[in-house]
Write a protein that binds this ligand. Structure first.
Ligand SMILES: Cc1ncc(COP(=O)(O)O)c(C=O)c1O
Length: 454
């Protein structure tokens, strides 16, 4: 009989608590700082941007945080997600590896972002907020929050990075279908957007710019708060259902991974698959944990660790993180969700403590991995997800060179059905790798605010 490719998990096994890695980390990240005073941020400082229930979660160090019933109810639309074995991809690689992937592409909008979107919409609604503003890079986060806001009766305005807005018109239409409004960023709707448009006409935009617009929107509209799709502790927390489920699924077939891989933009999908395994590693288990990022936006591998803003205009708190500088303008990669100058403070701290590794991969290698995946496994991956696939191929080749078997677990963070413009560019030979000169990073870092040394 043919070998099973999918390891399901019963609905009754859906995690009922999120896992908070802060309870187990050897060193917690330094506190976020108030952008004006540079003093450690207090809960009240964030009250105009986020609802207090999420601020409390952001600051919590409790190990397990219960998932509210209405959130579980919506997560059950697509969770537990399947864990699949990539048998044909393995055969094509011909290396001594088993490759399992946690399939987050099955959510209604098509990626892992749905996990935190549902939670954030629920908590804002429970706090009496009527409207949210957010940014989106790939469009996956904007779609996820649009779907979730629709469930909980919230209005939503999405600032979508211009280059993605132009590459993926259907993402905007999906957001509209769920009832949200989506504009290209930089827009003319905010002061931050107007300033950038005047200073850099025709700019492709960036997540840093779109965040400035969304935060300004929240600050200037009544009953409105801001929602972020990555980077912050509570966002990473909501994603841990991915790794918690994967642990149960792999255990059900008597396996434990040698390597866990996730692509990293702001760090939430990587955190989702890996934090439960980081916990194991802290407690003595042998497991390698690898973040894959674009060579053209190499935050973890080439960005210094320091305090920096999360957005271009300097409206957000200063976060202790690996950063390429908040003024860094990443090249117009097709992996829009990975075009972010910073990295989650929790992920950055793990890198500092050598609990995780990172690898930067050029986009041509990633697309080649995506094409091989589509032609073996059948599914077309999001350009962001191809970074995890390319990292898995590198890992498989290392296993072959060393003559050692390996079990690889990766997060298949999203499908690429609305990202075909990138595949078109690759298949027609128009895509190139972007070399990032060191002086470009140095120039952007020089524009970081003076802040306490770390
Ligand atoms: C499909 C997909 N994977 C991964 C990412 C990376 O995001 P993060 O690292 O913030 O989870 C994104 C971001 O938009 C995405 O759309």
């Amino acid at each position: 009989m043919a070998e099973a490719r999918s390891i399901p998990l019963a609905a009754s096994e859906l995690p009922t608590s999120w896992y908070n890695l802060q309870a187990d980390m050897p060193h917690r990240p330094p506190p976020p700082l108030h952008p004006g005073t540079q003093q450690p941020l207090q809960a009240d400082d964030l009250a105009r941007i986020f609802p207090m229930n999420l601020i409390e979660q952001e600051m919590s160090t409790e190990r397990w945080i219960g998932i509210p019933e209405p959130v579980l109810d919506k997560l059950l639309l697509c969770r537990p997600t399947p864990l699949r074995r990539a048998l044909d991809f393995e055969r094509a690689l011909d290396c001594p590896v088993k490759i399992f992937y946690k399939d987050e592409s099955v959510s209604p909008p098509g990626s892992h972002k749905f996990n935190t979107a549902v939670a954030q919409a629920y908590y804002n609604h429970a706090f009496g907020i009527k409207r949210l503003a957010t940014e989106t890079g790939a469009g996956q986060w904007g779609c996820s929050l649009a779907a979730a806001c629709n469930f909980f009766g919230l209005e939503l305005k999405v600032y979508m990075v211009r280059t993605s807005f132009e590459q993926k018109p259907f993402r905007k239409l999906m957001m509209q279908t769920w009832g949200a409004k989506c504009v290209s960023s930089p827009s003319q709707d905010t002061q931050a957007g107007r300033d950038i448009n005047a200073r850099l006409p025709g700019t492709p935009g960036s997540l840093g710019i779109a965040i400035s617009e969304a935060v300004e929107d929240a600050l200037t509209h009544e009953h409105t708060r801001y929602a972020l799709g990555s980077v912050l502790n509570h966002v990473l927390l909501h994603q841990t259902v991915i790794g918690l489920e994967a642990q149960k699924q792999l255990a059900s077939v008597g396996l434990y991974p040698d390597v866990v891989i996730g692509c990293a933009g702001g760090g939430s999908n990587f955190a989702g698959i890996s934090f439960p395994y980081v916990r194991d590693r802290i407690h003595g288990k042998t497991v390698r944990i690898l973040a894959a990022e674009p060579a053209a936006c190499p935050t973890l591998t080439r960005g210094p660790y320091r305090y920096d803003f999360g957005d271009l205009s300097g409206l957000t708190p200063l976060l202790a993180m690996h950063t390429l500088g908040h003024q860094f303008m990443p090249p117009s990669l097709h992996a829009g969700g990975l075009r972010y100058h910073g990295m989650a403070p929790l992920v950055s701290q793990l890198k500092r403590d050598n609990l995780i590794e990172a690898e930067a991969i050029p986009q041509l290698e990633c697309y080649a991995a995506g094409i091989l995946w589509a032609r073996t496994e059948g599914f077309i991956p999001a350009p962001e997800t191809t970074h995890a696939l390319a990292a898995a191929i590198r890992e498989a080749k290392r296993a072959k060179a060393e003559g050692r078997e390996r079990t690889i677990l990766l997060c298949y963070s999203g499908h690429g059905l609305f990202d075909l413009a990138g595949y078109d560019a690759y298949l027609s030979g128009q895509l190139t790798n972007h070399e990032l000169p060191q002086d470009e990073i140095a120039a952007a870092i020089a524009k970081c605010p003076p802040a306490p040394a770390l």
